[in-house]
Design a protein around this ligand. Structure first.
Ligand SMILES: [Zn+2]
Length: 254
């Protein structure tokens, strides 16, 4: 096994071996933190604690997978950033800041490792040849996690030749390539108005698109990219945000 992260070490210490056994309230309790659920406004979760005990409050209005990620995030704060009072907004939790020293990013990484530990996740993806939305949904069902968090984990496993794009009505785009995608395939920093993802984003729906082949220049910019094709599939992750899985051909891998 590669390096074991603090969250994975905690799971191993507690003897948790199956995705279905990742009971976050029980894990929090084992570390001295009680989890409470209550409706919250503009806030996903908070943690308040003294030296030994903490109370994690989670927004009961959020979807269950989001609540699970929030609890994982707050357990991360409890174990990594004790003695700080933190109010975590929906932007903080699952925002996956690029700054590895940012406490919000560290808590997100902790939550990802706790909910989708490599020692359970990697054997699960070995059986998948192509990462379609259907395959992603099989994983989210097994791990009880959101599509976004699960896809990000799959990208980081560097097994599939994919790039994950996030586009929002806020016009903010970020993209995350797996290491097997050639660095020559530079992601565009704007959403093509002709793309199906654009239509999905501005249509106000909650659906997804089928897998489609499109010209690579819809997503990438490099010399000769108009001669290449990629497969794309998009889904609405939260209202106002579309995530696209773009699979590059073999010529786009290293
Ligand atoms: Zn936080």
């Amino acid at each position: 096994m590669a390096t074991v992260s603090p969250a994975e070490r905690l799971l191993l210490q507690l003897g948790i071996k199956e995705p279905g056994d990742i009971d976050l309230e029980a894990i929090a309790y084992s570390q001295g933190a009680f989890v409470k659920f209550r409706p919250m406004d503009r806030c996903e979760a908070t943690i308040v604690g003294n030296a030994r005990h903490a109370i994690i409050a989670v927004n009961s209005l959020s979807i269950p997978q989001r609540q699970r990620f929030s609890i994982g995030h707050e357990i991360g704060h409890w174990l990594l950033h004790r003695h700080r009072l933190l109010f975590c907004t929906s932007k903080d939790i699952g925002g996956f800041s690029r700054d590895a020293l940012n406490p919000e990013r560290q808590a997100d990484d902790f939550a990802s490792d706790l909910l989708l530990p490599s020692f359970m996740f990697e054997p699960s993806i070995m059986r998948i040849r192509v990462l379609s939305l259907q395959a992603l949904d099989d994983l989210t069902g097994a791990f009880n996690t959101s599509r976004t968090a699960t896809l990000l984990k799959a990208v980081k496993c560097n097994r599939f030749p994919i790039v994950m794009f996030r586009d929002g009505l806020d016009r903010r785009r970020w993209s995350w390539p797996s290491n097997v995608v050639s660095p020559r395939w530079r992601a565009r920093d704007d959403l093509d108005p002709e793309s199906f993802a654009y239509e999905l984003l501005h249509g106000g729906g909650t659906g997804s698109t089928p897998v489609r082949k499109v010209g690579a220049d819809a997503w990438f910019e490099f010399r000769g990219c108009q001669h290449e094709e990629v497969r794309e599939q998009s889904f609405v992750s939260v209202p106002g945000e579309v995530i696209t899985i773009v699979t590059v051909p073999e010529s786009g891998t290293d």
